[in-house]
Design a protein around this ligand. Structure first.
Ligand code: ACO
Length: 325
């Protein structure tokens, strides 16, 4: 018995901030951001908005599309590193939002790889027979964790949530293989000391440099390309799938140049790579499920297609899921 994604959903904050908007806050330009990252705008939380609400909205959409009532779920697993609360988990907050009383609900902390990790955990527990219907969510609000005067990081991140409903199913569709990796020795390439303060772009509170996201961008770039290529080859080989059989590659949307470099190394033509970074920026754990949801909406995925989800992020963490749709 395996697991299959039967529906997806996404939700974002109300405000879209363009690169031009950011020029008001820091010394940057639309031209620099677009040419170095592929980002044109991103959704950013404002005061009064809550990641739990956004993640619950994405979850409701996925559940409605799946025709699964919240009470029929066996578990909620959430990839996140930026919940309003250190505890309770974001999964418990979503559970409350959906009005479900007793079930396992927990978070997985793997930064930008959070959704890929959460999906693997769900798939493994479903294969073990523990759960039949699982809600898997990726949600983050890293725009509230940046130093808004640091142009090297603040322009990159956006906020949002993506969700999917997974059900156990016999047959050859569903998750074929997943692989997760981490390398703690690279912890300081991308890090954040505390999560308490929500320094939204419109708040008076500002994160000081020490308490904001710290990133060694160029080093991260090189390692991400290498690791994302490597894990793609490994997960495909493990499933007995040739890279040329992949119909759609849905990578973490961190940087258009990272995605292009990985695809080129894997021999995947641009038409097989899904990107939406121009409108979302890097939404961390939300990026893969938001991209998956848009890919489905745009008719880019058909029954029987081979789809690879792939991510790399702080930790360092990386991983991939190979799915027959
Ligand atoms: N606007 C204008 N100028 C800028 C900006 C900005 N927003 N940011 C940096 N610059 C300047 C720098 O100050 C530097 O100027 P200097 O040469 O006078 O010192 C110049 O641009 C070049 O800076 P670099 O950091 O070398 O630029 P690079 O081409 O490496 O691009 C970037 C930076 C976009 C961050 C890139 O390294 C990158 O994408 N790295 C991966 C980071 C990432 O994706 N992190 C997300 C999480 S990890 C993951 O998801 C894989």
């Amino acid at each position: 018995m395996g697991s299959r994604i039967v529906a997806t959903g996404r939700a974002v904050p109300r405000t879209a901030l363009t690169n031009k908007d950011l020029e008001r806050y820091m010394d940057t330009s639309d031209q620099w951001i677009r040419s170095r990252t592929g980002i044109g705008s991103r959704y950013a939380m404002r005061q009064g908005e809550s990641l739990a609400d956004i993640a619950t909205d994405a979850s409701r959409t996925a559940l409605e599309r799946a025709g699964v009532k919240p009470g029929a779920l066996d578990a909620i697993i959430v990839g996140t590193v930026s919940s309003e609360y250190a505890f309770p988990s974001l999964a418990c907050q979503i559970q409350k939002g959906l009005g479900i009383s007793s079930m396992p609900a927990f978070d997985v902390a793997a930064a930008c790889s959070g959704f890929v990790y959460a999906l693997q955990v769900a798939d493994a527990q479903m294969r073990a027979g523990d759960f039949k219907r699982v809600l898997v969510v990726g949600a983050d609000a890293l725009s509230t964790m940046v130093d808004w005067s640091d142009r090297r990081t603040a322009v990159l991140f956006g906020d949002g949530a993506g969700a999917c409903v997974m059900v156990t199913e016999a047959g050859n569709r569903g998750v074929l293989s997943s692989l997760l990796r981490s390398a703690g020795e690279h912890w300081n390439l991308l890090s954040l000391r505390s999560t308490g303060i929500r320094a939204t772009i419109d708040s008076e509170v500002r994160r000081c440099a020490d308490d904001a996201i710290q990133m060694k961008g160029p080093e991260l770039f090189k390692i991400a390309v290498k690791r994302m290529e490597e894990i793609s080859r490994l997960v495909a080989a493990r499933a007995g799938v040739k890279l040329e059989e992949i119909d759609l590659f849905v990578p973490h949307q961190a940087n258009l140049r990272i995605m292009s470099a990985v695809a080129e190394r894997l021999g995947l033509p641009p038409g097989k790579v899904f990107t939406n970074i121009d409108r979302y920026g890097n939404t961390s754990a939300a990026s893969v499920p938001i991209a998956l949801d848009e890919a489905l909406e745009q008719g880019r995925i058909h029954d029987g297609n081979i789809v690879m989800l792939n991510a790399c992020g702080g930790g360092l963490t990386w991983g991939a899921n190979l799915i027959r749709w």
